[in-house]
Design a protein around this ligand. Structure first.
Ligand SMILES: NC(=O)c1ccc[n+]([C@@H]2O[C@H](COP(=O)([O-])OP(=O)(O)OC[C@H]3O[C@@H](n4cnc5c(N)ncnc54)[C@H](OP(=O)(O)O)[C@@H]3O)[C@@H](O)[C@H]2O)c1
Length: 180
């Protein structure tokens, strides 16, 4: 099965993504980027990530698919699945679906993704959860990176990585909207 989805994450210099079940940074420009990319799409998230949202509620105006092994778990306004196999059978999990974390979901689904949108926050932060370091992975190649910009005291850049197992020739994706 040739499944394609996308992944979106904000990472610190050492690819940290969270601490104590919270995000590391509050960066309005990154939040705006996240909203624009995911609005109207399917978002795939872990049960712990969901619980970190305000009121533990799913994201509005998106189809929320929550991964949990707890068969009794339910959340109003979200679809619940108990395994990756079950997830991949859903019609809403297509090339417009976004994997939005946390760590265990990123790790479990990275191989199914064709593109990763990574916001790099150019600073170190204390963290206990990490995204796979794509700069050190032979399976991923940096396709584009914006100039660095400042927001809320943080220096960030927006990066796009391509999965070389899905696109062995990166020119295949260079013509897409993701070439910036
Ligand atoms: N920087 C970013 O862009 C970003 C984005 C999102 C999240 N985060 C951060 O990431 C951290 C959370 O990450 P996390 O790894 O602790 O939690 P998580 O990935 O959000 O959720 C983990 C839970 O998801 C369920 N799960 C995971 N894989 C599964 C599978 N294959 N099948 C069925 N269920 C599965 C399990 O739920 P059950 O225990 O219910 O079985 C597991 O305990 C937080 O600090 C959060 O703020 C950062």
């Amino acid at each position: 099965m040739f499944i394609k989805m996308k992944l979106i994450a904000a990472v610190s210099e050492n690819w940290g993504i969270g601490k104590d079940n919270r995000l590391l940074f509050n960066i309005p420009k990154d939040m705006k980027f996240f909203r624009e990319k995911t609005m109207g799409k399917t978002v795939i998230l872990g049960r712990k990530n969901l619980e970190s949202f305000p009121g533990g509620k799913p994201l509005k105006n998106r189809i929320n698919v929550v991964l949990t092994r707890d068969k009794s778990f339910s959340c109003e306004g979200a679809i619940t699945v108990n395994s990756i196999e079950e997830l991949l059978k859903l019609d809403c999990v297509d090339e417009n679906a976004f994997v939005i974390g946390g760590e265990s979901v990123y790790r479990g689904l990275l191989g199914y993704c064709d593109l990763c949108y990574i916001t790099k926050v150019h600073e170190c932060a204390e963290c206990d959860k990490f995204m796979v370091n794509l700069d050190e992975s032979a399976d991923w190649q940096l396709l584009s990176e914006t100039e660095r910009l400042e927001d809320n005291g943080h220096i960030i850049s927006f990066c796009v990585y391509v999965n070389l197992n899905k696109y062995p020739h990166t020119t295949d994706v260079l013509s897409s909207e993701d070439k910036e």
